[in-house]
Design a protein around this ligand. Structure first.
Ligand code: ZN
Ligand code: ZN
Length: 158
């Protein structure tokens, strides 16, 4: 078991994994996502023990994920952008990919395809946006509808 400090920085908790080798200004500070932060004032509030398997999982998130070059959100997984929005060196998160997928399919009739091999996203039949499977409901006729549209429908009902 390896032991890491649990830090509190500006009222948020992070597992401190050490400095970022690529950019020592930043510290690898895991908060459920592969975050990198600059630490000024930090308080050590405890320690956490992690098994090699747990560490490996987090290490993979730092390797495959990070900050999306489009929306700036931290994601556990990023991928190279699609050809319509190619920016060398930048990587894209699933939610930006799904947004673009709806836009390019709607505007050009061209589907850039699923985010990855395990992507279960489908196009909402109402707003035509692509959403992850967990954010979709299935209508009586089998069509997928996103949670937001389903909510609007419910609100509109008398
Ligand atoms: Zn994004
Ligand atoms: Zn929708």
């Amino acid at each position: 078991m390896a032991v890491y400090n649990l830090l509190r920085v500006e009222d948020r908790l992070y597992i401190h994994l050490g400095a970022d080798e690529h950019d020592p200004v930043y510290q690898l500070a895991y908060d459920g996502l592969p975050n990198r932060i600059e630490i000024g004032e930090a308080e050590v509030v405890g320690t956490v023990e992690m098994s090699p398997e747990q560490l490996e999982k987090i290490r993979a998130e730092y390797e495959n994920g990070g900050e999306c070059g489009w929306c700036g959100e931290i994601a556990a997984k990023l991928r190279h952008p699609h050809l319509y929005d190619f920016a060398p060196g930048e990587k894209m998160c699933k939610s930006c990919w799904n947004h673009d997928r709806g836009v390019y399919l709607g505007s050009y009739g061209d589907d850039i395809g699923p985010y990855d091999e395990s992507d279960d996203s489908k196009q909402c039949v109402v707003c035509r946006q692509f959403r992850e499977g967990k954010k979709l409901v299935t209508l009586d006729n089998g069509d997928p509808e996103c949670e937001e549209c389903a909510q609007h429908m419910n609100d509109a009902r008398p």
